[in-house]
Design a protein around this ligand. Sequence first.
Ligand SMILES: Cc1cc2nc3c(=O)[nH]c(=O)nc-3n(C[C@H](O)[C@H](O)[C@H](O)COP(=O)(O)OP(=O)(O)OC[C@H]3O[C@@H](n4cnc5c(N)ncnc54)[C@H](O)[C@@H]3O)c2cc1C
Length: 413
Amino acid sequence: MLNNLKIGVIGAGIQGVCNALFLQKKGCQVTLFDKDEPGNPSASYGNAGHFSPYASVPLNRPDVLTDIPAMLLSSSGPLALKWNYVPKMIPWFLKFMLNCSKKRMMHTAKNMHQILDVALPAYDELFDEMDINDLIEKKGIMYIWNDQNLASRELEIKIRNELGVEQQLLTSKEIHDLEPNIKPFYHGGVFYSYARHTRNPKKILLKLFDLFIKKGGKFLKINIQDLNFDDEKPILKSEGQQFFFDKIVIACGAFSKKLTDKLDEKIPLDTERGYHIHFRGCDHLLSRPVVFANRGFGITPMEQGLRVVGTVEFGGLNNPLSKSRIKNLVKNAQYMLDGLPEHEDEWLGFRPSLPDFLPIIGPSKNYKNVFYSFGHNHLGWTLGAISGKIISKMIANENTNLNLKPYSSLRFG
Ligand SMILES: Cc1cc2nc3c(=O)[nH]c(=O)nc-3n(C[C@H](O)[C@H](O)[C@H](O)COP(=O)(O)OP(=O)(O)OC[C@H]3O[C@@H](n4cnc5c(N)ncnc54)[C@H](O)[C@@H]3O)c2cc1C
């Protein structure tokens, strides 16, 4: 046990809160910082709510490179650019392209699978202490597709088979039997029966946060602007205040680079912007999350109604929301389902993405008392608990039985 070790965790998204809870289990005194209230409209608030332990096939793949031009030209496709951000993003794109070889794709897939495979049991260690039964559904997650780009679907299925991921291919009839309200535009699909979803990511986050406070955790609503060190011990700085710790964890999602740049690390973190809208009162139309693979969007039944989620937009952290992406989500939802009312709640969020689509989980290259838990791209909600568990074990010098080298920031030199 690490009794009395003082730890500061920056960021109260799913990564920060899960890190804080697992560190408490090790006996640490944890202070959690966020510039906003927990449950603020960060990525951890607005995501699709999938707990998707099967999702090991990454976006850095050879077929994606050839598909990109068509995706950018299509008004119903998943990809978009803010042209003013393209020059800033070029170094990230170049690194991404280098990671699209078959070998690099398999490296990412294998190492995502390693942590995804233990993601749900790690959450259960936290959920066992909470009452969340009405917020988690265990009805699986379904992907559907038409007969375009079948090579991409076949590749995904093949890689998952190679990794030993359990998957059930579906015929059109089986899709209809599972989700009778979807219009019959699909030709096939796949079902992950053991996957889960939440009916409200914000409420789960707040329940985890409440547990952290109940266990003696401290929360400070403060924007951490700088870091310093006193004899290798980190000092967090905000306007006019300083906080002293034995160790800290940076878990600021897509905003983490602002702090890691101050530690002389050149981590190529950027963001893939994503959007959601709600169709209130329509959640009865689907029993589980459904993703239309060709168009890269999904719909999840939630307390707020049907949450339609999608888009990978490269545009940085400061550009405004794109109305065209909202229209795209509305159009795609109407393509899938009849009888939808006016949409509500237009939300833009920031996936924290590295060009090899692996997260960074581990110590800083330059400072042994600084740990990172960010960069989980499309899977940070699923990987919250396992990342927190790994960091807590690293800090406690315990064995994880995992090969953690692939998640180190050292890979970026
Ligand atoms: C549209 C969309 C759909 C998604 N769907 C899924 C899904 O279904 N399943 C899945 O697994 N993942 C999904 N994701 C990805 C997932 O949501 C993210 O990877 C995850 O939420 C990232 O969590 P985080 O805690 O790292 O970052 P965040 O949730 O962004 O939290 C970071 C926190 O740090 C705080 N912060 C930042 N800088 C500072 C600072 N200097 N000082 C103090 N506080 C600071 C912020 O205020 C914020 O609260 C989706 C993402 C998007 C955008």
